[in-house]
Write a protein that binds this ligand. Structure first.
Ligand code: PBG
Length: 324
């Protein structure tokens, strides 16, 4: 054939492919979400096979293990005892609560580990919602924000490096920024769940924390899956309110949103490969239908390629091992 242009020339060897690679994936781009509880046992999670709900001591050990693999950031999700759950979620700002204790222990053991904390009421709410449920059954915005700022300050006081509101209330980023600054935490960053969709892919996560809504769904505050323009509106608001990092969640089914947000955002962009995405890969691999290691790296590369600077993934340690 008379073919002067042959794209395959650059695919011919591993070295050529490495030289022409457009997207890099490295462990320092990964954030590891971890589950914890106040029990002494490290408990395997029935709803998320392969993952564990850690005791405080177990969590410190796990953080040490993943740091040796090159993972520098963790985000903490607590399972709170039922007796501590209330309609107003006030356990969320208890300075002696599970999360402040865990943050202090982790930073004490390893000051260079980046500890990220989640701001939302669902683990603490007897209604299983991210905010306070009003008499009409909807989640109240401004009343919820008043609790969230106290939660954020309690986390910052315990030593959290990055505060990460996942609740989707309007105006919470600005309110949290102001409260952090007023309490002397000007250097604590905010990673906002900016475009967080009301997604069925969160099901296994809610099983892990026993935090599913007791009634209704989250469509009154999380975004509807059909929208992308609205995500850009959320980006503009969060950036104006002082968000340091914006996030798209879930990641894999929303790569077009991620691309749009990455093109529009003046601040770094995170994407969350959520529990349902993890499980689809893990379950199909356990059945022998997918090559787990290859699909992990391909899915994370796709998320990076779509515009994520950093990725929250339950596969962080495994990916780091594969990349090592
Ligand atoms: C709740 C929260 C959820 C996740 C992270 N924070 C669940 C929800 O919004 O219902 C989901 C993460 C996952 O599925 O891996 N504030």
């Amino acid at each position: 054939m008379d073919l002067p242009i042959r794209p395959r020339r650059l695919r011919a060897s591993a070295s050529l492919r490495a030289l022409t690679r457009e997207t890099d994936l490295s462990p320092d781009r990964l954030i590891y979400p971890v589950f914890l509880h106040g029990d002494d046992a490290d408990t395997p999670l029935a709803s998320l096979p392969g993952l564990t709900r850690w005791s405080l001591d177990g969590l410190v050990g796990e953080a040490k293990r993943v740091r040796s693999l090159g993972i520098n950031s963790v985000v903490l999700f607590p399972k709170v005892e039922d007796r501590l759950k209330t309609t107003d979620g006030r356990e969320s700002f208890n300075p002696d609560g599970l999360i402040p204790r865990a943050v202090a222990m982790l930073k004490d053991a390893d000051p260079d580990l980046l500890v990220i904390t989640d701001v939302a009421l669902d683990p603490y709410s007897s209604d299983g919602h991210d905010g306070i449920v009003g008499p009409a059954g909807n989640v109240l915005n401004d009343e919820t924000v008043e609790v969230l700022v106290q939660q954020a300050v309690a986390q910052a006081r315990a030593g959290a490096d990055i505060i990460s509101p996942s609740d989707m209330m309007d105006g919470r980023v600005g309110a949290i920024r102001a409260a952090l600054d007023a309490d002397g935490h000007e250097d604590v960053a905010i990673m906002s769940y900016t475009a967080k969709y009301a997604s069925a892919y969160y099901g296994p996560f809610r099983g892990a924390l026993d935090s599913a809504p007791k009634s209704g769904d989250k469509l009154g505050y999380q975004m509807q899956p059909a929208n992308v323009r609205e995500a850009l509106r959320e980006v503009a608001l969060d950036v104006a309110e002082g968000a340091d990092i914006v996030m798209v969640k879930p990641a894999g089914p929303y790569l077009d949103v991620l691309r749009a947000v990455a093109d529009a955002s003046p601040v770094p962009v995170a994407a969350y490969q959520v529990s349902g995405e993890y499980l689809m890969i893990a379950a199909a691999s356990a059945a022998g239908w997918l090559d787990e290691d290859k699909v992990i790296l391909e899915s994370l590369t796709g998320i990076r390629r779509a515009g994520a600077d950093m990725i929250l993934t339950y596969y962080a340690p495994r990916a780091a091992q594969l990349l090592g």
